[in-house]
Ligand binder design. Structure first.
Ligand code: RB5
Length: 142
């Protein structure tokens, strides 16, 4: 299980913290690689394309609030990016929504909480059944 992780400058410090504190997880670091200002959609693109091509299994995306980077990620059919701030949402994002990307805010979520949200998301199983029908509808033509 390879998890891509990417951020803009607003999420860079949290990305480094996650990589340092969760050494047992197989992360693929997709940038950014400094705190210089960058455009977050490019990093959402890298992660989404890597998931859809099968290079990675899922992803973590971080910008200042997690909002912009989740907006861009959710433009991709087949991507279910969940911006979460609490344990229940992290759990439900997998159990009901089978989120394949977890989005975090580097300026809104503490380092400790972020690690807990990641662990919760990773430890939760998708419940499938009626939830699969609903997920299929997310990608249905509009
Ligand atoms: C960058 O300043 C900031 O706008 C970005 O990280 C993010 O919060 C956007 O949603």
């Amino acid at each position: 299980m390879i998890i891509g992780i990417a951020s803009d400058h607003g999420g860079y410090d949290l990305k480094l913290h996650i990589l340092n504190e969760l050494p047992d997880i197989s992360f693929k670091d997709l940038g950014t690689n400094s705190s210089d200002s960058v455009h977050y959609p490019y990093f959402a693109d890298k992660c989404c394309k890597a998931i859809l091509s099968g290079d990675i299994d899922s992803g973590i995306l971080i910008c200042g609030t997690g909002i912009g980077i989740s907006m861009r990620a959710n433009r991709y059919c087949g991507i279910r990016a969940a911006l979460v701030h609490d344990e229940f949402s992290a759990k439900m994002s997998k159990a009901h929504n089978n989120a394949n990307i977890l989005c975090l805010g580097g300026r809104t979520t503490s380092n400790e909480l972020a690690l807990h949200l990641i662990q919760t998301w990773m430890d939760t199983q998708f419940e499938s059944g009626r939830h699969q029908d609903r997920i299929d509808l997310i990608d249905a033509p509009i």
